[in-house]
Design a protein around this ligand. Sequence first.
Ligand code: ATR
Length: 281
Amino acid sequence: MSRHYAVFGHPVSHSLSPRIHAAFGKQAGIAIEYSAIDVEPSGFDAALQDFAARGGAGANVTLPLKEAAYALCSDTTERARRAGAVNTLIRNGDAWHGDNTDGVGLVRDLTERQGLDLRARRTLLLGAGGAARGVAPALLDAGIGDLFIVNRTPARADALADMLGQPGRVHVRYLDDLRNLGEFDLVLNATTAARDGGSFPTLPRSLLGRRSAAVSLSYGEAAIPFLAWARAQGAHESIDGLGMLVEQAAESFARWHGTRPDTDRIYGELRAESARLVTAD
Ligand code: ATR
């Protein structure tokens, strides 16, 4: 019998998750039905109940619902609690169990696929929303050096730093301070500025040097402005979020089905298509 899975978000029609999970299911010989469900935050609770009533066994959650999903779970993994955000729901009896696979997905992509050694890297995290919260704990666990968090709304950066709870290692700075912070070994863009059609405040060149890696948690067109800026500054690596997307999906798949899929093939397919999209523009 086919089991029901879905990704909830708003908007979500562009999501690659249905395709990635279909490929994983085929590879593992597991019949799964995985759809994309567009729902605004105000309707999320009801939509999730409806999904469960129709036999929903698990779901991914994307923007802007990850913090709402965390609040709806009756229990969560430690990594979800540390993030205060859930991207993976698992039906457990009458309740939802919540996990967050974003951080492990990002770290796996950066270390195993991109070959980066994250240890002791002086790191700048731009943004303090659900995506930033999802990846910050895993970056600290992966051994980065000092972590600086900068967000348009400083109170959210403060809240993230408080949650991470490593005052000597995690620092909050204002956007206006960026030009005084010097060079970083790793700069991650976890904001939705490009996707929302807004323009991110101009970033100073001094943030990136020739050994720096720049990472966008977005992929496709939303990743282009930040990564183009990073390349223009001569960053050593400029990496989009496509690999993280595939790796977090594999981790969710493993939670639901008890088997870890191989990610190289679907990553290769999506990477080739994304290269064609960028070239065609
Ligand atoms: P996500 O779950 O992807 O993190 P989110 O929780 O809505 O989505 O967070 C979006 C992030 O992008 C936030 O850090 C947001 O800054 P605020 O906390 O100040 O809202 C940031 N962001 C969005 N548009 C931006 C813009 N035009 N300039 C700077 N930061 C922006």
